[in-house]
Design a protein around this ligand. Structure first.
Ligand SMILES: CCCCCCCCCCCCC/C=C/C(=O)SCCNC(=O)CCNC(=O)[C@H](O)C(C)(C)COP(=O)(O)OP(=O)(O)OC[C@H]1O[C@@H](n2cnc3c(N)ncnc32)[C@H](O)[C@@H]1OP(=O)(O)O
Length: 242
């Protein structure tokens, strides 16, 4: 009897130790990740400001930061993994939509269509994303280190009210500007007849993507409003997704 109780206690202790090691590893990784991402987006902000101050124009700005942008935005896919393995308390769906739509904008729209890279809408979403991400990743970093300045918390849960719609406007205007080039070039499209007997039109895919912002963006925005109420006003929120 005594020995089985002892076994239970040993097992419990082992499980607790494992859990603590796991959570320490997760915190170490997240701290590294958030510091790296804050630094990455700061580098992008400085590069954009330097370009504009030196050249006096935004023409060519995208090209000058493209590699860094592609690297850090693609690295953000790790966030979907963080939610999937449960090391952050966030919905995989919400994070997935947010990250995938950004990656799509970078690789399959802006990077693929040279003619639109100097559009003002590209600069708009780049500036908005940069401001958002510097605030967001520094929020997570300071939060993990238990030294969160109130103004960063305030900025994280207030800036999005203006920045989110502005970012969406920038993205939608960029996709809209891309449409004529996509139609003319037939890029990423497959016309029949072909050996796979499959047809795909990237032009209509982009139109569907633009339309998908109508149901999806409000969900992301209202999710952030709920987070704002929870973090800034201490309201208890029950999320329905996932
Ligand atoms: C093929 C493509 C298909 C796509 C379909 C297209 C449709 C697209 C429609 C919409 C497109 C939107 C386009 C986006 C544009 C822009 O981004 S514009 C710029 C403005 N943007 C924003 O302000 C972004 C706001 N959104 C976000 O912050 C996130 O993306 C989010 C996923 C919506 C955030 O949600 P969530 O993580 O739930 O909020 P938080 O409050 O920040 O975090 C919750 C808890 O999780 C912890 N946490 C999360 N991440 C980390 C981390 N990296 N490190 C440490 N901790 C983390 C966080 O601390 C919270 O913890 P608790 O406080 O303990 O709860």
């Amino acid at each position: 009897m005594a020995s089985s109780e002892d076994d239970g206690t040993v097992e419990e202790k082992e499980n607790n130790n494992k859990r603590r090691t796991k959570s320490a590893l997760a915190t170490a990784w997240l701290t590294f990740y958030n510091i790296a991402m804050t630094a990455g987006w700061l580098v992008l902000a400085i590069a954009m400001m330097r370009f504009y101050i030196q050249k006096g124009t935004t023409k060519g700005l995208y090209r000058s930061i493209a590699r860094t942008l592609k690297f850090f935005q693609t690295f953000a896919l790790a966030e979907v993994g963080h939610c999937a393995i449960g090391i952050v308390r966030t919905s995989v769906i919400v994070t997935g939509v947010q990250v995938c739509s950004r990656i799509f904008m970078v690789w399959f729209v802006t990077n693929s269509i040279r003619q639109i890279q100097s559009e003002e809408s590209v600069i708009l979403f780049l500036v908005v994303w940069t401001m958002t991400e510097i605030t967001r990743y520094s929020y997570y970093t300071f939060n993990l280190l238990h030294h969160l300045p109130y103004f960063i918390k305030w900025a994280r849960y207030n800036f999005f009210i203006v920045l989110y719609p502005l970012g969406v406007i920038g993205e939608l205007m960029t996709i809209y500007a891309a449409l004529p080039f996509v139609r003319r070039s037939g890029m990423y499209s497959m016309r029949l007849p072909n050996k796979y007997n499959v047809s795909f039109d990237y032009y209509y895919c982009l139109i569907i993507l633009m339309l998908s912002y109508i149901p999806l963006f409000p969900q992301l925005f209202f999710h952030m409003l709920r987070q704002r109420r929870r973090v800034l006003h201490g309201e208890v929120i029950v999320e329905k997704d996932d």
